[in-house]
Design a protein around this ligand. Structure first.
Ligand code: SAM
Length: 205
């Protein structure tokens, strides 16, 4: 079947994208790696010894970045609704984060370890930013924040991808209630036309 014009445009942009080329060269599974690397360069969230959870981890580039930095004293726990090929020193479970049993299984995996950091790049399959997409996306953000509230050490940090929309301000407020400081980040690898932005909560109270 012939490809639509928009999927052809996407394919052409993707192939020519400098971050796609860099990811291939550096051995990362997705261009998203460079978003986390840029944020980490600025905010020093991941260091040797950091224990963290990566929510919405597949195909795995954020987990790859994290595992390379945390080293043997740290730990990366990862979860996605999709399968993810194994990454050395990353403990992964596959499941839907909205389901209580999946959350319980993930919490078991942590084995009582409190986290220094939660990173969430979760995003539902977007059909075109309709009100329903917005609602589904914010549900994942809410659940990730709840998880951070329950499992971060005092002083811990939370990085979450959000899409700017009507839920943004109340969500920002709930982050401000939990963290000493909340900042926004729009790394260069995040496409300008995307309404995605990252919120970073620093210093869980
Ligand atoms: C943008 S991708 C993440 C890319 C990843 N950070 C990386 O660097 O490879 C968003 C991910 O969120 C996951 N996701 C969406 N809804 C989910 C859910 N309900 N539970 C768990 N993961 C979910 C998707 O399957 C997808 O893999």
């Amino acid at each position: 079947m012939a490809r639509s014009t928009s999927s052809n445009t996407w394919l052409r942009e993707h192939v020519n994208d400098q971050y796609v080329q860099m990811a291939k060269k550096d051995g990362y599974r997705a261009r998203a790696a460079y978003k986390l690397l840029e944020i980490n360069e600025k905010d020093k969230l991941i260091r040797p010894g950091t224990v963290l959870a990566d929510l919405g981890s597949a195909p795995g580039s954020w987990s790859q970045v994290a595992a390379r930095i945390v080293g043997p004293q740290g730990k990366v726990f990862a979860l996605d609704i999709l399968p993810m090929n194994p990454i050395a020193d990353v403990d992964f479970i596959q499941g839907d984060f909205r389901e209580d049993e999946v959350l319980a299984e993930f919490v078991d995996l942590l084995d009582g370890r409190a986290l220094d950091l939660v990173i969430s790049d979760m995003a539902p399959n977007i059909s075109g930013m309709s009100a329903m997409d917005q609602a589904r996306s914010f549900l994942l953000c809410e659940l990730a924040l709840e998880f951070a509230r329950d499992h971060l050490k005092p002083g811990g940090c939370f990085l979450v991808k959000v899409f700017q929309g009507s839920d943004f301000q109340p969500y920002l407020q709930s982050m401000r209630d939990l963290f000493d400081e909340v900042v926004t980040r729009k790394p260069k690898a995040s496409r300008d036309r995307s309404s995605e932005i990252y919120l970073l909560g620093k210093g869980r109270r």
